[in-house]
Design a protein around this ligand. Structure first.
Ligand code: NAD
Length: 365
């Protein structure tokens, strides 16, 4: 796609997802910015990007850049997104949208005022299994969906550095990984509005040895930070009621004594149930989290007998699909499958999860 873009923050997600995603979509990456200049320069060299900046404001000054990705620690999303919108850029901001609801609301308002697209990095919506199941739900095949059970659980896998510091991340696995499970499950069932939440959070392990350390933040990986600070939860569970009567339960952990990492969503409908579960395929292949490549399962009835239907699918690169969609929406070639308001709704839910845990009671949204 013939568009010129910039990327702010050249850490893990920029290098693994955004930069290759833009290149795969045929966009021209004009510049990248990172406070760690050498990192920006290394990444720029790898992807053949002409300009690098230490100060993202200099990148925003380039008039030829139409859109930017914001791939920095969570507490910086709000200010950088506001600046990018003010500079007239369309923005894809990584999840979570912000670190509290009022920031997210301000960002949504700013995008409206600027007349620019603001999308949040809910890439799980673009997974091929999620897209398949969404079509089944849209066709009414599950009937009335009254219950959803979702989770994003890791056996050992906390991301160190800013991710484990409340003031920088906003929270632990709730804002880091459960956010994906909640968002794609809410999307699957037609994006109802949450109305109340009961939740509990706990820190049971904190910083503990992790095999392979795949989730380290860039600063810890490169020895610029020790990664010892840890003041967020490492486990949470929540019970969410939606305006259409649906109830969703959620569980999440960075560290848990379970057989394997698992990302799943079970939907119970009056005509059929359905399930997406990374566990079986991860187990089969022995590969990392989310390597899902088998079948969406539908549990229903045929001729008065219970029956299972398997919808096979090929796992895709959901980040690349998300970025291609972001550019297509800007160009008016596709209708958006999410809005900044979905980010705001999620932020309200995340805030309510922590409030409920702290106050030990139901929070009405
Ligand atoms: N969608 C997903 O699956 C997914 C996966 C991982 C991370 N993320 C999100 O992406 C964001 C970044 O995470 P990461 O894993 O890449 O972290 P990271 O620590 O590897 O990278 C963050 C980068 O931002 C840079 N940075 C910090 N302040 C900056 C500033 N003022 N201007 C420019 N650059 C600045 C840092 O130097 C670093 O290079 C977070 O919001 C995270 O939640 C999303």
């Amino acid at each position: 796609m013939d568009m010129r873009v910039g990327v702010i923050g050249t850490g893990l997600i920029a290098e693994l997802a955004h930069l290759p995603g833009y290149q795969a979509a045929g966009a021209q990456i004009v510049a990248v910015a990172d406070v760690v200049e050498e990192r920006a320069q290394r990444v720029a060299k790898k992807f053949g990007i002409p300009e690098t900046f230490k100060d993202y404001q200099d990148l925003l000054k380039l008039p030829e850049i139409e859109a930017v990705s914001v791939c920095v620690p969570n507490f910086l999303h709000h200010s950088i997104v506001l600046d990018a919108l003010k500079a007239g850029k369309h923005v894809l901001v990584e999840k979570p949208m912000a670190i509290n609801l009022s920031q997210a609301q301000e960002m949504e308002e700013a995008a409206k005022k600027a007349g620019r697209l603001l999308m949040v990095g809910f890439n799980s919506r673009f997974r091929s299994d999620v897209q398949k199941l969404r079509k089944v739900v849209e066709a009414g095949q599950l009937g009335d969906i009254y219950f959803a059970k979702t989770g994003y659980m890791r056996r050992r896998g906390y991301p160190s550095g800013w991710f484990t510091v409340k003031r920088e991340a906003g929270g632990g696995p709730v804002v880091d990984i459960a956010i994906h499970a909640i968002d794609f499950t809410r999307y699957l069932v037609g994006s109802p509005k949450p109305v109340s939440v009961v939740a509990s959070v706990a820190q049971k392990f904190g910083a503990c040895p992790v095999e392979g350390d795949v989730w380290q933040s860039s600063d810890v990986r490169e020895g610029l930070r020790d990664g010892k600070e840890f003041d967020v939860e490492d486990f949470a569970s929540a019970w969410i009621r939606f305006d259409n009567g649906l109830v969703m339960t959620v569980e999440t952990a960075w560290t848990a004594n379970i057989p394997r990492d698992r990302v799943y969503s079970d939907l119970l409908g009056t005509l059929s149930g359905a399930g997406i579960d990374s566990y079986h395929s991860v187990h089969k292949k022995g590969s990392g989290h989310g390597a899902i490549d088998e079948a969406v399962e539908i549990y229903g009835e045929t001729s008065g007998m219970v029956s299972d239907t398997l919808l096979p699918f090929r796992a895709n690169d959901s980040h690349a699909a998300e970025i291609r969609h972001f550019l297509a929406v800007i160009q008016g070639k596709e209708e958006p499958i999410m809005s900044a308001h979905d980010g705001v709704i999620m932020q309200g839910l995340l805030d309510a999860i922590y409030q409920s845990a702290e106050k030990r009671r139901e929070i009405v949204l």
